[in-house]
Design a protein around this ligand. Structure first.
Ligand code: GLP
Length: 260
């Protein structure tokens, strides 16, 4: 695992956008796993500027949702499909058909989860998966005590996650209780994981994920199992890391030939 500590969200955006742009230039039909939430927005901003300036085309890429709410009316602005349409597809000038996600309106949700797993596999897997982290250590919507071997499935949100996500809804009671999320083991199959966090509110979750024991209680700690995981955090989110100085010096001394 590589941990990169940047001054702020803007620098995080530039760094991670450069990694994605590098991937897309090497592989124009790259498959990207996108995260919602506020943390990745600077990444989409920088990528959007590159696309607008004609320095990058993402037209051949496919975009996979990490998770989705169950029970929101079709087209609800806070459904993750709508968020990804707004924040990713429009800014990156992608065709809407390039966004793939679980079918949360299917009459058989268990079958819809299995279908989504197959869709990811048939697409050749995900090249780069962006991840945020919940204050309780969740990735996607894999709440604490999610099996580290879990696949895409229906989950129930914790009261804490519903409260954290209430800022996006008019009424906190509107935050759905149920979701479909890629499982922890599904996420671990992506070829490169890039976990992002900003702000002091994420410091404990980041420290537990990076330096704590591997535990389903902190689903993000599963990234410790991944051969290519990059954690990009701002100074505040790095506040709980015992090895912060080591991570800083490692990054400063990184050979120029070695990419993230
Ligand atoms: C939601 C999403 C996660 C995201 C988390 C953190 O729970 N399901 O994928 O990582 O929010 O969001 P933020 O980046 O806004 O803190």
């Amino acid at each position: 695992m590589e941990v990169v500590i940047v001054p702020d969200g803007a620098e995080l955006g530039k760094l991670v956008a450069a990694v994605i742009a590098g991937l897309v230039r090497r592989r124009p039909d790259a498959t990207l796993g996108v995260a919602t939430g506020s943390t990745p927005l600077p990444v989409y901003d920088v990528l959007g500027s590159m696309v607008a300036a004609g320095r990058l085309s993402m037209h051949g890429c496919r975009v996979f949702l990490l998770d989705e709410y169950i029970g929101l009316p079709a087209g609800h602005p806070q459904s993750y499909r709508a968020v990804v349409e707004r924040e990713v597809v429009r800014r990156l000038d992608l065709p809407s058909s390039s966004v793939l996600g679980p079918d949360v309106s299917a009459p058989d949700l268990i079958a819809a989860c299995a279908d989504y797993e197959r869709l990811i596999q048939r697409s050749g897997g995900i090249d780069l998966q962006l991840l945020g982290i919940g204050a309780d250590g969740h990735i996607g919507f894999n709440e604490p005590c999610s099996s580290l071997g879990s696949r895409t499935r229906v989950k129930t949100l914790t009261p804490r996650t519903r409260a954290d996500n209430a800022r996006f809804f008019d009424d906190p009671a509107d935050v759905p209780q149920h979701v479909i999320t890629q499982g922890v083991a599904t996420i671990l199959e992506a070829r490169h994981l890039v976990l992002l966090a900003v702000g002091a509110g994420k410091a404990d979750a980041v420290a537990n994920a990076v330096e704590g024991p591997l535990s389903s209680f902190v689903p993000a700690s599963a990234i410790q199992l991944h051969p290519h995981a990059t954690v990009v955090v701002d100074e505040a989110a790095a506040g709980g890391l015992q090895l912060a100085d080591y991570f800083r010096s490692t990054y400063t001394a990184k050979p120029s030939w070695q990419s993230l």
